[in-house]
Design a protein around this ligand. Structure first.
Ligand code: MG
Length: 375
């Protein structure tokens, strides 16, 4: 029985992780459940899975008998009785939990991109020092992990991340200026939370994934490429010195990388085997960097390192929130990020409090920009 501490249990990845546990109750259970904003969904999950401990950051929920409620400041206790820390919380908020799980010496299944985008240096240092098992859940990085035979230190010449291209791949700059939040939320292939769906539309998400790949596989930025693949069947590829390339294929269903992260190298059955004749053909298109500045901003911040990826992310979180609320246009997401990156200097990222400070400053900077430029 694998005991899972699931952080971010009411989000899209959290709910699909609960699906996997439901499907294999003899293999998995939850030792801890945590979320930011819980409500009825959190109470229902706690009632169904009876975790030993539960934490809802906004508070105000009634745990079932036998479940102990943790308070703010007791987050480290979430990982006491688990075999795997499954970090599915969204945004910068997830980094704290990844660092706590690392400190507790646990195996980490990582679905929170920001942990590596913002805290890559800190997380990888802890992973190295403690010899921890860090397993990617993001579909692209799970694909790379599989193509590298479940190793993060295997040799390769290039990593190729596939991208659906999002809903706006074919739009011109003029058309992009007029898209709405509702348009951005219509993702062609993946069903995800609102923030990441908008990040897929701006292609910021792919920039994040390049940074994630850099940390996970100790790659140089020059070794990582992105290509558009609208069908989202090939989840990523690894190219080798001799010209050979290995790809991982499957339908876009996050439950596959979720369950693999928990059981690898063992694989559990999933309901939908690939039907190649039904798919007919797969297409690959150039990555449209010039029309989607968020991607290049992410790569530049990733290359610069230090606190700048945290600045990028904080500004993006604020801007996407404003875009979802109808307060700014789509191109203003990139403009807000650019403004914050221009206003705040790069500092070394040696500690979590340092990153929190950079995060706070970037949020105020972005908020100011949004206030003066928004509708
Ligand atoms: Mg992904």
């Amino acid at each position: 029985m694998i005991r899972i501490a699931l952080i971010g249990c009411t989000g899209s990845i959290g709910r699909q992780t609960a699906d996997v546990v439901r499907r294999y109750p003899e293999r998995f259970c939850f030792s801890a459940l945590a979320c930011g904003h819980g409500g009825a969904a959190f109470e229902a999950l706690c009632a169904e899975f009876s975790p030993a401990v539960a934490l809802c950051s906004e508070g105000g929920f009634v745990p079932p008998a036998g479940t102990r409620t943790l308070k703010e400041g007791e987050e480290a206790r979430l990982f006491e009785g688990c075999d795997v820390a499954f970090i599915a919380a969204g945004g910068f908020a997830g980094l704290k939990y990844t660092l706590l799980a690392a400190e507790a010496g646990k195996k980490i299944a990582l679905a929170n991109k920001e942990s590596l985008v913002c805290g890559g240096e800190l997380v990888m240092r802890a992973v190295r020092e403690k010899g921890l098992d860090l397993v990617p859940v993001d579909s692209e990085h799970s694909a790379l992990f599989q193509c590298l035979a479940f190793r993060r230190d295997a040799p390769f010449s290039k990593l190729v991340l596939t991208a659906s291209g999002g809903p706006f791949y074919h739009l011109s700059r003029e058309e992009l200026a007029r898209v709405t939040a509702a348009d951005a939320l219509r993702h062609p292939t993946w069903n995800m939370g609102a923030k990441i769906t908008v990040d897929s539309a701006t292609l910021l998400n792919k920039g994040y994934e390049v940074i994630e790949a850099k940390w996970l596989y100790d790659a140089d930025f020059s070794q990582i490429e992105a290509v558009v693949h609208p069908e989202s069947i090939v989840h990523s590829l690894v190219c080798f010195e001799d010209g050979a390339a290995l790809a991982q294929l499957g339908y876009p269903d996050m439950r596959v990388p979720i369950q693999l992260a928990l059981t690898y190298p063992e694989r559990l059955p999933c309901e939908k085997p690939l039907d190649l004749p039904a798919l007919g053909k797969l297409t690959f298109l150039p990555f449209p960097e010039e029309r989607f500045p968020c991607f290049s901003l992410a790569i530049a911040a990733g290359r610069a390192g230090g606190t700048l990826p945290t600045v990028l992310n904080a500004a993006a979180e604020e801007a996407v929130h404003a875009f979802l609320g109808g307060r700014i246009t789509f191109p203003m997401i990139a403009e807000t990020i650019e403004c914050a990156l221009g206003a705040l200097p790069r500092e070394n990222a040696e500690s979590y409090p340092q990153l929190c400070e950079a995060d706070g400053k970037a949020r105020s900077c972005a908020a100011q920009y949004l206030l003066s430029h928004g509708k």
